[in-house]
Design a binder for this molecule. Structure first.
Ligand SMILES: C[S@@+](CC[C@H](N)C(=O)[O-])C[C@H]1O[C@@H](n2cnc3c(N)ncnc32)[C@H](O)[C@@H]1O
Ligand SMILES: [Zn+2]
Length: 572
């Protein structure tokens, strides 16, 4: 039972303090189901503001490498709370009174329909904000030790209850013990259940969650339907998938299709971005049948897994747009060029009375011939997958602000990496799925590898935009067509014109260069005449980002770093 003293901030603080004190006394006297805990009987791990007791024989899952995931999740839930979460601040159901939400492409995400940003970029508190009462109900559906739930209880404001659930009795005992040891058992409720049973029950009882965190072994697929049905309007879902051999590997196209409803870009450099798009496709397709839409706030490919942060809301109109936001991709198995094909068209029309409407129609295609026009290679088909922006810039900015202004290195060990990875994500071209690496293209065309900034300057001089990607180092996203990419890469070679006579006529590179008059007829060459490799705005932006000395990888990876296997059953 929770104690309510009122809604003003002093009362909330008093309520929290009193509940913590009662919990402390209960754990000292061993009453109310509590037991005496002797920390010497356990290994103690400190992460964030939590201290977790592990049985000396490891029977419950803990992976220290996932600290990045947990640090980032704390930032993201706080950002969601500030921007969309608190119903008292944002109107009924947390909605922003029907105002248009900014998208990834919004240059100044602070300009429309939101609370003002302050000088230091913090979101302006509303009148009600200072007095915000704990309201947030979080479900950690697959909790293991309870570490994540306990960190959320310590580190996230406005949390009223966190249900930390696991299927294993040992895990639930660990959650109970650790919640008590950390004095957050007034917030963290341990629960023993199959996650799906728990979530469908929440739906049936109408006790939905504002935030649902799904962090399974392998794929999230079995938990998606129940989570979508037991989340509050505008709720935040945090989703991990660690089965990258399926989502991004070469071996299991049929398994990828069965689990995610789409095929990945096997053997292609962009396979980690296609993994993200497949997970977003799964979420959106599953949501659509309940007239719900899933908006990606932040979608990251990290080490050996993907993690997406999405906002879920009932929106029949957005569901109508899903067809045109879904695509298949043709990618050449030889040269790697790719071409995206949306599955539908949504065309905005304005009537003579200035009334806007959208016409939905079938897509036209295919965008390619049966053989690649550059190298005559065979196309492989990937998708269907999500084709719209992967991130919401407003959200990333708020996460970065929290990471910079509210968190410190001693508590958040992966703070610099969060800054690095999210800065890259924020600056990604949002309407240009996938990327290429000049390294790869150079190996195809047998060129010296040019500096990244030279290629960006070249494409920029032709009027195209470029960005880095968080998903792979030294790779570029661009809105340039492949004709321009091949041409700029070829011309970038300091060694000058390639001597075709010296190339293997069976090689992919030879075919691309020999076929040039076909794929780049004279009539199109005029547009490329202004090519220059002098620094320009595009290359300047890239250099500025690279100078930030971005930390993208896990610092100090440990021995046997990577996804961790399930723990063994305890020896009896
Ligand atoms: C990868 S671990 C979770 C790690 C945890 N979220 C963290 O941050 O440390 C996955 C957990 O899911 C639990 N699990 C697997 N299937 C489940 C199910 N159907 N219902 C509930 N828990 C389940 C396992 O027992 C395991 O403890
Ligand atoms: Zn090709």
């Amino acid at each position: 039972m929770s104690l309510e003293f009122g809604s003003g901030r002093p009362f909330v603080v008093a309520s929290k303090m009193l509940r913590a004190a009662i919990s402390k006394i209960k754990s000292r006297i061993g009453g109310g189901g509590s037991s005496f805990i002797n920390p010497d009987d356990y290994n103690v791990v400190k992460e964030g503001r939590a201290e977790i007791l592990f049985p000396k024989a490891e029977t419950v899952f803990y992976n220290p490498v996932q600290q990045f995931n947990r640090d980032l999740s704390v930032c993201c839930i706080k950002a969601w709370d500030n921007l969309y979460g608190n119903p008292a601040r944002n109107g009924k159901n947390g909605r922003r009174n029907g105002r248009k939400r900014p998208t990834c492409s919004d240059e100044d995400a602070t300009s429309s329909g939101k609370r003002r940003k302050l000088k230091n970029n913090a979101v302006e508190p509303s009148a009600a904000e200072g007095a915000a009462a704990p309201y947030m109900k979080i479900l950690e559906a697959l909790s293991a030790t309870g570490l994540r739930a306990i960190r959320y209880a310590h580190e996230i404001p406005h949390v009223k209850q966190i249900v930390a659930n696991d299927l294993l009795p040992d895990a639930v005992e660990s959650i109970r013990r650790n919640a008590e040891f950390n004095k957050v058992d007034h917030i963290v409720t341990p629960n023993l259940d199959d996650a799906n049973v728990l979530m469908y029950r929440a739906k049936a009882e109408n006790t939905k969650y504002h935030v649902i965190d799904l962090d399974p072994y392998g794929t999230v697929t079995p938990f998606v339907d129940a989570a979508l049905q037991s989340i509050e309007e505008d709720g935040l879902m945090l989703v991990t998938c660690t089965d990258l051999s399926v989502l991004a590997g070469n071996g299991y196209p049929e398994k990828c299709f069965a689990l995610y409803g789409g095929v990945n870009m096997a053997s292609h450099e962009s396979s980690h971005e296609s993994a993200l798009r497949l997970v977003l496709n799964l979420l959106n397709q599953s949501a659509a049948k309940y007239r719900k839409s899933v908006e990606p706030l932040l979608s990251l490919s990290i080490d050996f897994y993907v993690r997406v942060f999405v906002k879920v809301r009932t929106s029949p109109i957005e569901v109508k747009n899903l067809q045109s936001k879904t695509m298949i991709t043709y990618h050449c198995s030889q040269c790697g060029s790719y071409h995206n094909q949306p599955l539908g068209r949504a065309t905005e029309r304005v009537s003579s009375k200035q009334k806007k409407s959208v016409k939905y129609s079938v897509a036209q295609g295919p965008p390619v011939d049966s053989k690649c026009k550059f190298c005559s290679g065979t196309y492989h088909l990937a998708g269907p997958m999500y084709g719209a922006p992967l991130h919401n810039k407003e959200f990333i900015e708020e996460v970065l602000r929290i990471n910079r202004e509210e968190h410190t290195d001693d508590v958040y060990g992966t703070r610099k990496r969060i800054e690095g990875m999210l800065t890259l994500a924020k600056n990604e071209l949002c309407d240009s799925p996938f990327y290429f690496s000049p390294n790869h293209i150079s190996s195809v065309l047998k060129l010296q590898v040019p500096p990244l900034k030279r290629i960006v300057a070249g494409l920029g001089s032709l009027g195209y935009n470029c960005s880095l990607t968080h998903a792979q180092p030294s790779s570029l996203k661009t809105d340039a067509p492949w004709e321009a990419i091949w041409h700029v890469m070829k011309e970038s070679d300091h060694a000058g014109k390639k001597d075709l006579a010296k190339m293997n006529p069976n090689s992919t590179g030879f075919r691309i260069l020999a076929n040039e008059p076909q794929w780049l007829p004279d009539s199109h060459r005029e547009a490329l005449a202004k090519l220059s490799f002098e620094p320009n705005e595009q290359s300047g932006q890239l250099e500025k980002l690279r100078k930030l000395k971005i930390v993208r990888y896990q610092e100090n990876p440990t021995k046997n770093w990577g996804p961790k296997a399930r723990p063994n059953a305890p020896s009896k």
